[in-house]
Design a binder for this molecule. Structure first.
Ligand SMILES: *Cc1c(COP(=O)(O)O)cnc(C)c1O
Length: 410
């Protein structure tokens, strides 16, 4: 990955900048390092991509930016490529008009959730250019997730080039607005028409795009969210696949999320273990900013112990925080009793969730064992979560031009 990255970086003259700042292109440090990207010829290639454009009468009406609901509107085209073991592996990649998919009712994805996905965004910058944010990390993670599901892996760079072309074709769908973006959903599914719980010899990888609005509407943008922390529920466990972005992790959370909403709360704070470890919030990584025993400010997030999804926003915040060098930054276990103790000593300053969808989401309340804990996240005079939010948006929307974390799309 480093090799192809360098090509792109040399082209843009970033390499020199990067070498001084190696942290900027470190990978997600996913522990499973067996995954490599060997000989290119096993994988589908951008140079084989064929494009079948939609007829004018097939083009969809573009929704108004203010009406954007997450994942409801899709662009005119999609990318897809099949994998058939019997035909030698990956087939020819294509861009086609958005269309329904047809599978045998025994397709493995429908029975055992043999699938993995990604969530990333393309941003229209202040200069009109469209940018991706660290897409190579999403591809690294998707390959890891696919492998965990017994699905075939692919060459990251070739897929980025293929969906960059898709975005370029549907570029009018990238909102001309800084409160919106184009959500990119790469997905890989096992489609073998056989009911055995076994490797799928056929798979399909597709990418669909949807314009999405901001999670925070207007000025009450950064209103803190209230969470349900109920130790009876858990989303991940040691040896499981909480660290993979696979569909099977999400269906079981819907009922718990509904319970939170019925209680007037917005999201679930996922706990694990007898000591009620804090793992994630909804589908975001969680951060805590507090005053430690030495009286120093410290930013902490759970370490990648297998229960935590290795978020790209998480990784970026950790890099930025280390770069700023203004407070201690640690990755370790956080427990509910530590949160209660810090609150009782007035040492807890901020808690927030972090992920591609809403970037940063401040936390104001936690409903825990029948008591409501109030977190003063939105009451700080110079909150760090706002600093991270602003910096990330400035990079994503091109205010900081040529940032090494961004990839421009022609
Ligand atoms: C996708 C996801 C995240 C955030 O990852 P990003 O790469 O920052 O978008 C965090 N937790 C869970 C459970 C997720 O599914």
């Amino acid at each position: 990955m480093i090799i192809y990255l360098s090509n792109i970086l040399i082209k843009n003259g970033f390499l020199e900048k990067l070498q001084k700042n190696v942290r900027f292109y470190s990978s997600l440090n996913i522990r499973d390092k067996e995954l490599t990207q060997p000989e290119n010829d096993r994988f589908f290639k951008y140079s084989d991509l064929s494009v079948n454009l939609a007829e004018p009468h097939m083009l969809q009406q573009k929704p108004n930016v203010h009406d954007l609901v997450f994942g409801k509107f899709f662009t005119d085209h999609m990318f897809k490529v099949y994998y058939h073991e019997s035909l030698g592996g990956w087939q020819q990649p294509v861009i086609t008009p958005l269309e329904n998919l047809v599978f045998h009712p025994a397709a493995k994805v429908l029975h055992y959730a043999v699938e993995a996905f990604e969530g990333m965004k393309a941003y229209r910058g202040v200069d009109g250019k469209i940018r991706l944010f660290r897409p190579e990390l999403n591809m690294e993670r998707m390959n890891m997730s696919a492998r965990r599901m017994g699905l075939p892996t692919f060459n990251s760079n070739e897929l980025i080039k293929c969906f960059s072309r898709l975005i370029s074709i549907d570029q009018e769908w990238v909102p001309h607005s800084e409160s919106s973006s184009l959500y990119i959903r790469p997905t890989i599914i096992g489609i073998d028409p056989t009911l055995g719980v076994a490797t799928s010899n056929s798979a399909m990888l597709f990418v669909i795009l949807c314009p999405v609005g901001s999670y925070f509407h207007g000025s009450n943008a950064q209103k803190g969210i209230s969470l349900l922390a109920d130790p009876r529920y858990t989303r991940a466990w040691p040896g499981g696949c909480g660290n993979s972005k696979v569909g099977s992790n999400y269906a079981p959370t819907i009922h718990v999320q509904n319970t939170a909403v019925e209680m007037g709360l917005q999201q679930v704070l996922w706990l694990y273990g007898d000591d009620h470890q804090v793992t994630e919030v909804g589908t975001m990584n969680v951060f805590m900013f507090f005053i430690n025993e030495n009286g120093d400010k410290e930013l902490v997030t759970p370490s990648l112990n297998g229960l935590i999804l290795p978020g790209i926003t998480r990784n970026s915040i950790l890099s930025l925080a280390n770069e700023m060098n203004q407070f201690k930054v640690t990755e370790r276990t956080i427990t509910m009793s530590e949160i209660c103790q810090l609150l009782s000593e007035n040492r807890l300053l901020e808690m927030f969730g972090a992920g591609t969808a809403c970037v940063i989401s401040p936390i104001s309340n936690i409903d825990y064992l029948g008591q409501m804990l109030h977190i003063p996240t939105t009451e700080q005079s110079k909150p760090v979560h706002q600093l991270f939010l602003k910096t990330l948006l400035n990079i994503q929307y091109g205010y900081i031009p040529d940032h090494p974390w961004t990839w421009e799309i022609d």
